[in-house]
Design a protein around this ligand. Structure first.
Ligand SMILES: Cc1cc2nc3c(=O)[nH]c(=O)nc-3n(C[C@H](O)[C@H](O)[C@H](O)COP(=O)(O)OP(=O)(O)OC[C@H]3O[C@@H](n4cnc5c(N)ncnc54)[C@H](O)[C@@H]3O)c2cc1C
Length: 411
């Protein structure tokens, strides 16, 4: 699958951070993690920290799947607002999902503090803007349910928005002062794997899994180099390419676009350099980078076709820059430095899939889809670690394949 155009910003900025060998011999291991993106890296890190024998393999170079294309906003706010998620999975599970995302960002912060490489982690507030007056009803419903479940959020009216963002045309917003963050997902992936290596994990890239056999007590895999891997457990963390290992259709693929500006000579580019997104679907979103650039993303298209996707890149970049200029006229015209397009998968209810399916014994999937993919990867890492050490994770059922609302509507 073609996951992104060749030059996402993070890849150019960081280059090859660390080197890993390809697997050139047979391997026997307790846990084999298939996929060396942020999900596989967090899972392997948790397993290695718990003393579990783990190896990671990736068909590409490490982090060069969707992870290096990620704009890497860390939000507790799931693409599906809590009051809507409640209709899919019940209010209790919806509220718990939001709480788990808040906790996951706290945990990611703690992990990033310990990492052997820079991770770009920075705490940020998050602003969720009503795109139109008609969306205020949704904003109010969302505010009420988040307050009910003790989430710290402020309801801004249009004057509050104008005070923070003088040229914004938003009639209202939800402002979360503490619970957002941003990161460099590519660098964090390498950092996690370097740390996992120190705890005894093994990491191989340029190694594709070409065959998977589920035996009575183990999983036997074959690589493109002709070697076998015998694992007591397989973790499928192969991102948007995972659907081929599942009978149940769980995702819809989209094309998405992002740009990064030239550095802007200001200590604060806008109000607390908050993460900004909106109620419209597809939504526009903005963040800053530690080197004072602006990142703008969105303008999604509802198809998977790399050729069609990439042909639209120049046009979508111009539209994203216009979107920015309209909202921040004092910073216009935005000087675009980098742009890229990527494939993006979402689920019907906005939640990830973490768990097992009957047809694949001794296997667990870690699929952090949607705009909160990285936060979900953190949750997946913990759930899988708990399974490995024989601890029951009380929240695992929320993300299972069997949950209500798991299948895309209309399929
Ligand atoms: C443009 C864009 C913007 C995004 N913005 C955000 C955001 O702001 N916040 C957020 O949280 N998330 C965001 N996401 C989503 C987030 O980036 C993803 O959820 C995350 O990167 C997925 O990581 P992963 O490790 O699951 O997948 P990947 O990074 O794709 O890693 C999976 C790996 O599995 C490997 N693999 C697949 N099949 C095989 C095989 N057979 N054998 C061996 N290896 C295999 C692939 O080579 C790949 O490297 C964004 C995504 C995109 C594309």
């Amino acid at each position: 699958m073609n996951l992104h155009t060749p030059y996402p910003y993070w890849l150019l900025k960081n280059g090859f951070l660390c080197e890993y060998p390809s697997l050139r011999h047979p391997l026997q291991v307790d846990y084999l993690v298939m996929g060396g993106g942020i999900t596989g890296a967090l899972t392997a890190w948790y397993l290695a920290q718990a003393g579990v024998g783990v190896a990671v393999v990736d068909r590409r170079h490490i982090g060069m799947g969707s992870t290096c294309a990620s704009t890497a906003l860390l939000q507790y706010e799931i693409d599906v607002p809590m009051h809507k998620l409640a209709k899919f999975v019940g209010e209790k599970n919806a509220a718990r999902s939001y709480r788990l995302c808040i906790d996951a960002i706290d945990k990611l912060e703690q992990i990033c503090e310990k990492m052997p490489l820079p991770t770009g982690f920075e705490r940020k507030p998050s602003v969720y803007c009503a795109s139109r007056k008609a969306d205020l009803e949704d904003i109010d419903l969302e505010y009420a349910i988040r307050q009910k479940h003790d989430i710290q959020v402020e309801r801004w009216d249009k004057n509050d928005v104008a005070r923070a963002f003088p040229h914004f045309q938003s009639p209202g917003a939800l402002y979360s002062p503490h619970d957002g963050a941003q990161v460099d997902a590519y660098s964090l992936t390498h950092a996690l794997l370097q740390d996992a290596l120190r705890c005894g994990a093994q990491v191989f890239d340029k190694t594709e899994i070409t065959d998977i056999q589920h035996e009575k007590t183990q999983v036997v895999l074959r690589t493109n180099h002709g070697h076998s891997i015998r694992a007591k457990r397989l973790v499928i963390a192969s991102g948007y390419e995972s659907q081929e290992y599942l009978e149940q259709k769980v995702t819809r693929l989209h094309s998405t676009y992002a740009l990064v500006s030239e550095p802007i000579d200001k200590t604060k580019i806008w109000h607390r350099d908050a993460l900004i997104w909106e109620t419209a679907r597809p939504y526009l979103y903005l963040r800053t980078t530690p080197d004072r650039r602006v990142l703008v993303g969105g303008r999604d298209e509802p198809f998977y076709s790399p050729g069609k996707r990439d042909k639209l890149l120049a046009k979508k970049t111009a539209l994203l820059a216009q979107d920015f200029d309209k909202r921040f006229p004092t910073l216009a015209p935005l000087q675009v430095d980098f742009n890229w397009a990527g494939t993006f998968a979402e689920t019907a209810d906005g939640l990830p899939f973490i768990g097992s399916v009957r047809e694949r014994p001794h296997t667990v999937f870690a699929l952090g889809f949607g705009g909160n993919g990285i936060v979900f990867s953190q949750i997946a890492g913990e759930i899988i670690r708990d399974g490995a050490v024989g601890r029951k994770n009380p929240d695992a059922h929320i993300f299972s394949f069997a949950r209500a609302g798991a299948t895309p509507q209309g399929d």
